[in-house]
Design a protein around this ligand. Structure first.
Ligand code: PLP
Length: 396
């Protein structure tokens, strides 16, 4: 009998969103007259910008005509999109070439697939609280995981430490779930640490477009030495509403070499073996995001999510509650009041004011006692949720 990958038996049940769905369902069944204010969702609520829609329509029409029809696309991405993305980096002073950009179907796919580049005996460091896929993808591969807890004392932005080393280092900035963003000095410390130890940083930049403080790095390649130690994984999901359309990109510098192996060349080999590229239509839609009109339109949408963040931050400020995130990220990470546990606070908000958020404990043990609000909901619901929060917690 075949032996399946037994590491799957080591996975913990991914109960967070399942448990939330169960609790909200039970509440609505018991209270059918109530309406919920969902501040927990990680999906966007605004549609694709018009520039993208137009490009998608044009690309569909191209596929109807023999002369403009596209069959298989290059596995690593269409040259027009790879070049466009390289130019986007150049705008911020980061010089990368088109062949260092790989077009993907999204960050989730890449975060899982990219692990093919590393030996299964290598270890992975995950800064917690964390996006759950980092741990799970490595558990599936049987890797040793080093957990680095972060907390309020370091603003959820821990420094590297000689005591906590690993081969693969996950850094997500702006962070999901905490919304915290590494500044240049802090991120430089991680780059230096990775170079000194021969580690590779997997830099998850899914939320870079939400940074408004321009002193903060959008890309790890803004830091000196990053090209010899980092891979950057990006997504148009939250930037441009592509959660259901699926498009992302990954940057692997030519200088990234370990044990005589060029990781860019390895990834070319991997992609040409394991994919047949992203659809022509979707790549055309993606390229429209980087046009001046596309950029203007995505900024407008991001602006709406940012207004939601402002409303929630004002509510928490009024209540004197500690939080991070919100300003440069679409998530707000708050300390539960009166020492309440994450799930107790979840139940309390659901029962008293019908506001649904995400218990911090679901992102790692050190998230216990914290709670995540997402800013991707509608402005109307966000305002009402904030009003209810102030009314409820202001009484305490
Ligand atoms: N990385 C982080 C930190 C995320 O929060 C998410 C989605 O929520 C992703 C990656 C996945 O993005 P994509 O939709 O591109 O797969």
């Amino acid at each position: 009998m075949i032996t399946p990958n037994m590491h799957y038996a080591d996975l913990k049940d991914s109960y967070l969103f399942f448990h939330i769905a169960q609790k909200t369902k039970a509440y609505l069944e018991a209270n059918p007259e109530k309406r919920l204010y969902r501040m927990g969702i990680g999906d966007v609520s605004l549609p694709l910008p018009d520039a993208v829609i137009q490009a998608l329509h044009e690309a569909v029409n191209d596929q109807a005509i023999k002369e403009s029809f596209h069959g298989y696309m290059p596995e690593c991405g269409a040259p027009f999109l790879r070049k466009t993305i390289a130019n986007y980096y150049a705008l911020r002073g980061v010089e990368i070439s088109a062949d260092e950009v790989f077009v993907s179907s999204g960050a989730s796919d890449e975060l899982g697939d990219i692990l093919d580049l590393f030996d299964r005996g290598s270890s992975a460091l995950v800064i917690e609280p964390a996006y759950p896929a980092y741990v799970d993808a490595n558990v599936m591969a049987g890797r040793t995981i080093v957990h680095l807890a972060s907390g309020k004392e370091n603003g959820f932005l821990p420094e590297p430490s000689e005591e906590v080393k690993a081969d693969i280092l996950y850094i997500c900035s702006p962070n999901n779930p905490t919304g915290a963003v590494f500044n240049r000095k802090q991120l430089q410390a991680w780059v230096d640490f990775a170079n000194e130890n021969g580690s590779v940083i997997l830099f998850d930049a899914a939320y870079e477009a939400f940074i408004e403080d321009e002193t903060l790095p959008h890309s790890i390649f803004e830091l000196e030495g990053a090209k010899t130690c980092a891979i950057e994984i990006c997504s148009l999901s939250k930037t441009a509403g592509f959660t259901g359309t699926r498009l992302g990109y990954t940057v692997i510098p030519q200088q990234l070499v370990r044990n005589g192996m060029n990781l860019n060349a390895m990834w070319v080999r991997n992609r040409t073996t394991k994919t047949n590229g992203v659809s022509y239509i979707i790549q055309k839609g993606g390229a429209a995001v980087f046009t001046p009109e596309g950029q203007r339109q995505i900024r407008e949408n991001i602006g709406i999510y940012k207004s939601n963040a402002k409303v929630l931050m004002e509510a928490l400020d009024k209540l004197g509650i500690w939080y991070c995130g919100g300003k440069n990220a679409p998530y707000i990470w708050m300390k539960c009041p009166d020492g309440m546990g994450s799930w107790d606070f979840f139940d309390y908000l659901l029962k008293e004011i019908q506001v649904v958020g995400t218990p911090g404990e679901g992102f790692g043990a050190c998230g216990e006692g914290y709670f995540r609000f997402s800013t991707f909901g509608s402005p109307e619901d966000t305002k009402e949720a904030a009003r209810r929060l102030v009314e409820l917690l202001g009484k305490k």
